[in-house]
Design a protein around this ligand. Sequence first.
Ligand code: ADP
Length: 752
Amino acid sequence: MSSIPLPLAAFFMDVLIVCLFFSKKAQVNKETQIYSVLIIVNLLECIFNVFGLLYIRNVGDLFFSSLIQKVDLLFMLFWVTMMFIYIYLVSGVKYNKHMKKVVFFLLGIFSVAVLVSPCVPIIKEAAIDSSGLSPIFTYLYVALALIGIIVCIFISVLKDTKNIFNKKYFPFYSFVLLAIGALVLRSHMSELIFEPFVMGYVGLIMYFTIENPDVKMIAALNEAKLSAEKANRAKSEFLSNMSHEIRTPLNAIVGFSDCILEEETLEMTKADAKDIKLASENLLEIVNGILDISKIEADKMEIVETDYNPVEIFDNVAKLVKPRIGDKPIELNVKFAPDIPYVLHGDGGKLRQIITNILTNAIKYTEEGSVSFSVNCLNEENTSKLVISVEDTGRGIKPEQIDKLFTKFQRLDEDKNTTLEGTGLGLAITKRFVEMLGGKIVVQSKYGEGSKFTVYLKQRIVTMNRPDNVENQEFINTMQIKLFDFTDSRVLVVDDNKINIKVALKLLSNYGINADSCESGFDAINRVKMGTIYDLILLDDMMPKMSGVETLKQLRECVVYDIPVVALTANALAGMKEKYLAEGFDDYLSKPIEKNELYRVLLTHLNKKMKKKEEKDNNLEKTFVVPKLKEQTSRKSVLVVDDNKINIKIATKLLSNHDLEIDSSLSGIEAIEKVKNKEYDLIFLDIMMPEMDGVETLKHIRELGFKKPIVTLTADAVSGAREKYLAEGFDDYIAKPIDNKIIDEIIFKYLK
Ligand code: ADP
């Protein structure tokens, strides 16, 4: 036994290690089990050492002193056994199930030998040592254990020399070094005994070398691993599913195209073309779904608010999805409450998509019975609370799967091996859209019986009741479309892909446009340099050698006149439109080109070349005569100010129902000049005009002393726009597209 200071120091170190180790929730494995036994043995040995020393010193009874010494030796036997087992385990030496028995058998034999053999305590100054057979048996056992440990390490080093630096062996290496050091020191300082200190120190080193991961961290890691695996599985499933989804319509397109090439009658060709169109629409739906999700995830999905007719949207969606029923014995019931407002304000496009998705699903996942689509509402002051529900008698959804419904790329287990097509994106997008519109979606379902999806949504009411002359309004809309003739316009299509050119030319020919085409940016620039004047260029971006963006730059440098250039691209990812507009394009058309979008582009950019169709005009004039107003507003003069000629044409057309003298100006400056020279009774003034905007023009006109009403005629229809313009000093406000009834009201109000 040593003098007290060293065992005391070892005691505090052991207490610290025990507290550290057991305060942390460690994962239970062989290493941590051995380690916990070792550090407890260390601590007990220390305590025993201190009290034993005090007893032998102060009482000195021979029998008990000898017993204390023997127990101390037993601690050493046990400790060195645990060290052997530890190294045996971590060295990777082939596990032998009899080894443990042999080790504990030897430990038992030697322990008995130590206990029964004589042990004489020798008090040397401050220290106590022992002699006799008992310590000899102990040293023999320790020597055996050390040889065992060295053999284990040797075998593992033979397998791989790098194993010599295995950090798990460090406690043993330090034990050997410390033991040698202690022996050397003891030969000079016989009063000091180092065992408890050496054992404690080895315990401390081991604390850092054992495999002792934090349980919490392990749990978090496991969770992260599981979710990464799940995401990976979902991605793989999605890819294989997507491949199937894309191939199915492509197969139809290729197959029916082959048929068309061999068919002889026009009817057969038309029937096949219809199927090709249907398959193409399916394909487009898939691509749009992916784009929507990518936009949502990039936070680029925006709310586009306009005034819309909700019943028209509901009705259109019902008509559009009905063909999907096909041959299935399903009855589609549609019921819209009569008090749904005529015009609401909000994102009608997203609302359409929401309903399309849930209605399509209801039809897809129902084999027979009915699908009921109903819309009810609760109107309060200026908001309408819509309750849109779609109920089916389909296969239903298991309660435990309801949560999965709105997860992207997730299809329910039932779908994995069916022929029902789907990407698992529809409901994820739907939910996101409903949330963006500030609404809620609720699913009720009974497995095997059917499901009900209900969407709750608040929308602002613009017009409560359907106007009496609504037929007239619809007629105006069609009239506005037919009013313009693009046949004189020169359009250039630039695309390196011949098929794309063919499609674009064909679509343009529907509007009577005999467009030119070329397959590279160089050609396009050459044509323009040679003096061909185009009214519009549709320019593909992804072209070899010179991209669309580059072509546009060079075009802008060499063309003196203002030529509208529209980016024509299949790159329809989130944010692309903004990117192309920022590059200097005037507009953006994604491929495949949608008829309505192309029309919008033509309408916006070909206004310079449009001309009225005389024949149509004559008919229209008859339709729009309102005799009552005519008498009341006889020969008043009106000025329409708008930088866009089409808008002037539409306004003039609508105003021509009244017996008015109509003048127009294409800019604020021109309008001011006109007001200086003529007395107008009413001015319609656009807001967004280059050089001088509507608000500034209004101020200048008022400064001239003009006191008659000035009405803004603007496309700025966001909520609060009316109030904003009235506050600016306008007398009234009309939002574009112009409602003829409102024009009538304004004329009646100010010119009667
Ligand atoms: P999908 O493209 O697979 O239809 P959705 O996101 O639209 O993707 O729907 C996710 C899953 O929810 C579907 O795969 C289907 O299993 C289930 N589901 C959706 N609507 C219904 C419904 N009306 N009846 C039963 N199951 C449905």
